[in-house]
Design a protein around this ligand. Structure first.
Ligand SMILES: [Zn+2]
Length: 304
């Protein structure tokens, strides 16, 4: 089964990008309007379209594809997906919009940061300018009394949006709330450079103030106790930053700071082995996230 009903009017599509389960998913909200959250990467678009067919969603009925941000794994497939969805528009942060219109720079930087993983995600195709809706805050009426609140939650990226849906009182945070590992019921920071801790914490407070019951992670799946998870994620980010700051004071190397984080963060103690043995996560997860908090700590040190 590629698709799963996970709430009222809400479905999850497992994209199985590169053959990996529990890595990236998209979501479908069926009100009187049909909205997708996350296009996923280019290489997964055929699977996403199959998922829509499995859910009996007429492709012409999809009105919006809301992408949390333009990183390849979230919005990279938007241009390709629109070829299948004749009436859909893409909702994106204004700072992300230029990269969807002309994805060349985004693709080049993804290739240099992600290496072979960028090839697994696939090269993004451009989104026609007239099919973009660029917003930072907004409210979409889904019909049936339900609404989708669009809200800016930067920090992970300078252009991350989150979406709050009132059918089930749930939030789609994109990468603003970390990566969720359903096999472990644990969350780890997703903080690649140029990560901004100050903005990330403010964004998490913004999500907490919505009092969501559930989170729908793009990586990966639905998780309950949303507010508690968001609070814990704030603490985890602060712990990582503290370890990076102290490490820099002692002139520690990247490896020493990384090992310090794994040693002091109980979640990482449980996840480290899994991450290291995972073909994608070993490339994208721990190293990039540790580098992001080190860079932020370095800038904070220079500013003080
Ligand atoms: Zn991501």
């Amino acid at each position: 089964m590629r698709t799963q009903e996970i709430g009222k009017n809400l479905y999850q599509i497992e994209l199985e990008t590169g053959g990996f389960k529990n890595l990236i998913c998209s979501y479908v909200l069926k009100g009187s309007k049909i909205i997708l959250v996350e296009s996923g990467p280019t290489s997964s678009v055929p699977r996403l379209v199959e998922g829509l067919r499995e859910l009996n969603v007429p492709l012409g009925d999809v009105e919006y594809v809301a992408v949390t941000h333009v990183h390849l794994d979230h919005g990279g497939g938007a241009g390709t997906l629109l070829k299948y969805l004749p009436n859909a528009k893409v909702i994106v942060h204004p700072r992300g919009a230029p990269h969807l219109i002309d994805p060349q720079r985004l693709w080049e930087s993804a290739q240099s940061v992600l290496g072979f993983v960028s090839e697994i995600f696939g090269e993004p195709e451009p989104v026609p300018r007239e099919r973009l809706v660029a917003v930072t805050e907004g409210l979409l009426d889904l019909g049936g009394g339900a609404k989708l609140k669009i809200t800016e939650t930067v920090g992970h990226a300078s252009h991350n949006l989150s979406f709050f849906e009132t059918f089930n009182n749930g939030v789609f945070p994109g990468d603003a709330a970390g990566t969720y590992f359903p096999e472990f019921d644990l969350v780890m920071p997703t903080t690649p450079p140029p990560f901004r801790l100050d903005l990330a914490l403010a964004s998490l407070d913004k999500l907490i103030s919505l009092h969501p019951s559930v989170l729908y992670y793009s990586h990966f799946g639905k998780a309950s106790n949303a507010v508690r998870r968001l609070e814990e994620y704030k603490l985890q980010l602060q712990l990582w930053e503290k370890i990076a700051e102290e490490g820099l004071k002692e002139n520690q190397s990247f490896e020493q700071i990384r090992d310090g984080i794994v040693a002091e963060d109980k979640v990482m103690q449980r996840l480290a082995g899994y991450l290291m043995s995972h073909r994608i996560y070993s490339k994208t997860a721990l190293g990039n996230s540790v580098q992001g908090v080190i860079d932020y700590a370095e800038q904070a040190k220079q500013a003080s």
